[in-house]
Design a binder for this molecule. Structure first.
Ligand SMILES: Nc1nc2c(ncn2[C@@H]2O[C@H](COP(=O)(O)OP(=O)(O)O)[C@@H](O)[C@H]2O)c(=O)[nH]1
Ligand SMILES: [Mg+2]
Length: 201
């Protein structure tokens, strides 16, 4: 988080993490399309010009202690050769949305991505049980989508908050964003109460 005293804004960073093709970009683009006052969606190209680097989206979301809340939504590239980029995007991430692909054949990729996420989180000193995080089970419309209780057993041993979604039509997208934002704001209030325990960022 970053308090900007000049603009009276509290900047919060939310990262959409998950395997390639799970629906991260679909989430962020849907939010962007629905904004009353759209801001610029930025895509950075890689050196190889092959795919996007990450998206960047500021969204205004109310205020806290006289500071307007500004959310920045990032998506990370899923491909393995962007591991270092993924790691960098996770720096100072106030909240994480793990977008899982509900389809049965995607389970290995979901689990591998989840392992990468937890490695990145540990490297930055985020508590795996307490750092604001939600698992979105996306592609609920797919014929091979596994049941929610199966997904829970396979992907959510920590009992993190969960949200089913069909990101391509926007179902579950704002509930996911709203819930991660609430978690982040609760965490920010805790940090403000005991600043000595706040994480370096
Ligand atoms: N059936 C279905 N397809 C989806 C859903 N969400 C995303 N997709 C499709 O999955 C593909 C990958 O989505 P994208 O958002 O680019 O994934 P990313 O790699 O995680 O950013 C695209 O063809 C999307 O249209 C969904 O909920 N259901
Ligand atoms: Mg993407």
């Amino acid at each position: 988080m970053f308090l900007n005293y000049a603009t009276r804004e509290l900047n919060l960073k939310i990262v959409y993490y998950g395997p390639g093709l799970a629906g991260k970009t679909s989430n962020v683009k849907y939010v962007h399309r629905r904004l009353a006052k759209p801001t610029k969606l930025i895509t950075l190209e890689t050196e190889t010009e092959r795919t996007l680097f990450f998206d960047f989206l500021p969204v205004d979301a109310g205020e806290i202690n006289g500071f307007a809340i500004r959310l920045r939504l990032y998506t990370v590239p899923g491909q393995i050769f962007y591991q270092s980029t993924r790691h960098l995007v996770m720096r100072a991430a106030d909240g994480v949305v793990f977008v899982a692909d509900s389809q049965e054949p995607a389970m290995d990729r979901n689990r591998e991505s989840l392992e990468n996420l937890e490695e990145d989180m540990e490297a930055y000193g985020y508590d795996l049980d307490r750092h604001p995080r939600i698992i979105q089970y996306n592609k609920r419309d797919a014929p091979s989508a596994l049941g929610l209780s199966v997904l829970r057993d396979l992907l959510n041993p920590r009992g993190l908050p969960e949200q089913p979604a069909v990101a391509i039509i926007g179902e579950g997208v704002f509930p996911t964003l709203k819930r991660i934002t609430q978690q982040v704001l609760a965490d920010v209030r805790r940090q403000m109460r005991s600043p000595s325990r706040s994480r370096a960022s």
